[in-house]
Design a protein around this ligand. Sequence first.
Ligand SMILES: C[S@@+](CC[C@H](N)C(=O)[O-])C[C@H]1O[C@@H](n2cnc3c(N)ncnc32)[C@H](O)[C@@H]1O
Length: 232
Amino acid sequence: MSDHSVPANSEATGSAVIDPAAQSRYAEAAIVEDEALRLARERSDELGAPAITPAVGATLSFLARLVNAKAVVEVGTGAGISGLWLLNGMRPEGVLTTIDSEAEHHRAAKLAFSTAGIGPSRTRLINGRAAEVLPRLSDAGYDLVFIDGAVTDQPRFVAEGLRLLRHGGVLVVHNASADGTVADPASSEPAALAAREAALLIADDDSLLPVVIPLGRGLLAAAKAQVEPEPT
Ligand SMILES: C[S@@+](CC[C@H](N)C(=O)[O-])C[C@H]1O[C@@H](n2cnc3c(N)ncnc32)[C@H](O)[C@@H]1O
């Protein structure tokens, strides 16, 4: 017998329901990170740049591999944990463009990339505010866009990210749950409102196929159609 509590809707759906915390532990325990990631996590803790979890990292690698990513944009480099995972799934010659407003975070990320044996030609670190940097990047020039900045910036970054995404590419927003507040209909905190607005931008775009992946702080991923949808 499991000692996990069973959510109230399990009888109504008739499906076997596993405690979400147990599911999350299962997903995270399945991933083993290497020494470069372990060291990067230490630096990330010291800097106070909260990193994605291992299962989120594995999901990013998986998606990068799935879209055969050659060009990826990331908002929120931090100490480079998500960057390492993205690069792991990208094509060997692929380039990660990663933006962060904190030069210190970029120094830590550079160290993480070199520790992992990633050549400098594979990363383009742009130090600046994403709202100023993203508009300078090419339309439809990227296979995958990963957004991991402040939740309140998500609508602006999603709008820019969708412009950058090629057909058949994938957009991924981290902390789409706004630290769990989105699921509470009564919450009108700025972060919850912003995360909802970003999700609506995605939901309203007919070329996108979205999915919520409940790992880490919540991923909202959206696959862009291979071709422009027919006008209705
Ligand atoms: C949650 S951390 C990113 C962690 C990283 N993705 C990882 O998993 O290792 C968020 C990062 O976004 C950066 N950031 C926050 N707002 C930003 C903005 N407007 N423009 C650029 N970077 C920003 C912060 O400096 C911080 O390094």
